[in-house]
Design a protein around this ligand. Structure first.
Ligand code: HEM
Length: 166
């Protein structure tokens, strides 16, 4: 894969941070809405807001985060499958994108359509799902800053320092 010049890499990293931490922020909004309904706020008002946030912000951002994350790995010396912290983030994010697109977003839309008629068990899901995904994103953020566990293959151990600085 081609490596990109330092200025372009900074631009790509900025894009990666804005999208991935924006994704985490949108997730916190969904968690807040879910908890507010459990604490007595009107589901007929809040669930349509959750459906809107899920559809226009959370779901598109999840795809963008995956694409820009993969680009950030492939276009830098980190590589996609070279370092364990990158591989774990790739797996976590891929699982989350699947859950967001095929489970959470349809559930949010359904809740937005039925409002107060949503059963108690489904209401609990709208707290549990964003709580789990928020936790996974915080784990991804911590992995990104600490970059633990080193390379997957023992060859070229000195590359970690170079990958950070280039
Ligand atoms: C497909 C999934 C992902 C991949 C392959 C990926 C890969 C990477 C790579 C290679 C870097 C280093 C970029 C560079 O040095 O120029 C990076 C940085 C970073 N990533 Fe991700 N990422 C993914 C998803 C995420 C997610 C979901 C989050 C948080 C919600 C996240 C948060 C960060 C942060 C905070 C940094 C900056 C770390 C630093 O500069 O020390 N990433 N990511």
């Amino acid at each position: 894969m081609p490596r990109i010049p330092p200025t372009a890499r900074k631009g790509l990293l900025t894009l990666h941070l804005v999208t991935s931490l924006g994704w985490l922020g949108a997730d916190l909004v969904l968690l807040t809405l879910g908890i507010a309904v459990q604490r007595g706020a009107d589901p007929a008002v809040l669930y349509p807001v959750g459906a809107l946030v899920g559809t226009v912000l959370f779901a598109p951002l999840s795809v963008l985060v995956w694409l820009i994350g993969v680009a950030s790995a492939l276009l830098t010396p980190w590589g996609l499958l070279r370092y364990r912290w990158v591989v774990v983030k790739l797996v976590l994010t891929t699982v989350m994108v699947g859950l967001v697109l095929f489970l959470l977003t349809p559930n949010l839309r359904h809740a937005g359509a039925v409002g107060a008629a949503l059963p108690a068990r489904d209401r609990a899901d709208l707290v549990i799902a964003p709580a789990v995904s928020t936790s996974l994103m915080i784990i991804a953020t911590v992995l990104s800053t600490y970059k633990p566990w080193g390379r997957r293959s023992a060859a070229q151990p000195a590359l970690a320092g170079r990958a950070r600085n280039r």
